[in-house]
Design a protein around this ligand. Structure first.
Ligand code: KG4
Ligand code: ZN
Length: 350
């Protein structure tokens, strides 16, 4: 069985062909980084228009790479929640058109569950039940995941997502978008203890994050209140490296503290980590050290499966196994689902 999976939740237009045995036949990701770079972040209208231009070429290339024709696709899976409304609509409309034309089942994918499922794919063995930590440009959330399709939100950022903070701090330091990889590169030559930056909620039992104060602290470290705009300040290479390293370490401290607190509070022993920020080498190292110290079974998606891709849409296999397919009136749901035993819009397949 071949499943075509589509991903257009944010600014990557991606498609993959996966099988019911979770084999990946092809994967294509068309990044829009170059389009959003000059704005320092994703512009939703530009993202949805770019998806529209790219979705068919991306699907064509994926099928070509997989060596299968459309007539050999048995189901189409698409991420319909959460994400940017206009972007989600492009993927969903393409998926519906293919399903209608070919009379094949439509499968809904929850993008956040898919990020956690990337760990299941990489591990090539069962990883559930687990605590799922998703750290991306739009989300910083902890979930209790009894199974691949069951989840309950334990905590989330109350303001900026971790990736958003990486992107905004990078802009302040004059580093290119996307900010995560730029900060990671700059931090390699920096001292993580050079600047004393805040770590929000560390002594709070709630499993929430806050990165906006950290972002503001970096701004004030560059140029204090009443002083010039950070963009006008010329930082030395060493100052940039030290600020990048200090910021990265503060984010790592918060993620490590809350992820392991979530394990303790839920009594779970497995941690799965996904999302673009999980590609960060220092954060991976810190999570790894803590997992080893506490004997936790840690799965971090490999970097290519951390940032948005359609391979993780293979979670559709679990949905199909559960007998769930969608009607063609399925809608997008841009907001975050707090808890579910099935993704949004699920209807039992009879
Ligand atoms: O998961 P993703 O591709 O898209 C969303 O669903 O948001 O995550 C993108 C985010 C961006 O904010 C980017 O700066 C961040 O992930 N990111 C990183 C790294 N690579 C990407 N953050 C820290 N370190 C990295 N190496
Ligand atoms: Zn994502």
């Amino acid at each position: 069985m071949n499943i075509l999976t589509l991903e257009t939740t944010c600014d990557e237009t991606a498609a993959a062909v996966v099988t019911e045995r979770l084999e990946v036949r092809a994967s294509v990701v068309a990044s829009q980084d170059a389009l959003h770079r000059r704005f320092g972040g994703v512009v939703p209208e530009i993202a949805s228009r770019a998806h529209l231009e790219r979705i068919l070429p991306v699907i064509d290339e994926t099928l070509r790479k997989a060596g299968v024709g459309l007539d050999q696709i048995d189901a189409v899976a698409v991420a319909n929640t959460p994400g940017l409304a206009g972007s989600l609509l492009v993927g969903l409309s393409a998926a519906k058109a293919l399903c209608l034309a070919r009379q094949i089942p439509l499968v809904a994918v929850n993008h956040l569950q898919a990020h956690i499922y990337a760990c299941r794919l990489a591990a090539d063995r069962e990883v559930f039940p687990c605590v799922g930590l998703i750290v991306s440009g739009g989300h910083s959330s902890l979930y209790r995941c009894p199974g691949p399709l069951d989840f309950e939100l334990l905590g989330a950022t109350i303001d900026d997502a971790a990736g958003e903070a990486f992107d905004k701090v990078a802009a302040m330091l004059g580093l290119p978008y996307p900010g995560g990889p730029s900060i990671e590169r700059a931090a390699a030559g920096g001292n993580p203890r050079a600047y004393a930056l805040p770590r929000a909620f560390l002594r709070d039992p709630r499993l929430d994050f806050s990165f906006s104060g950290l972002k503001t602290a970096v701004r004030y470290a560059i140029a204090g209140p009443g002083r010039p705009d950070p963009a006008q300040v010329r930082l030395t290479g060493q100052q940039i490296a030290d600020l990048a390293a200090s910021f990265q370490e503060a984010v790592a401290d918060c993620l490590v503290a809350k992820a392991f607190a979530a394990l303790e509070q839920t009594g779970m022993r497995t941690l799965c980590v996904g999302g673009g920020v999980a590609a960060n080498g220092r954060i991976r190292q810190r999570l790894g050290e803590e997992a080893q110290r506490l004997g936790v079974d840690l799965h971090i998606a490999p970097p290519r499966l951390c940032t948005d891709n359609a391979v993780m849409g293979a979670i559709a296999v679990e949905r199909l196994k559960a007998g769930c397919v969608e009607e063609l009136d399925l809608d997008v749901f841009p907001g975050v689902v707090r808890s579910a035993s099935q993704p949004v819009g699920a209807k039992k397949f009879s």
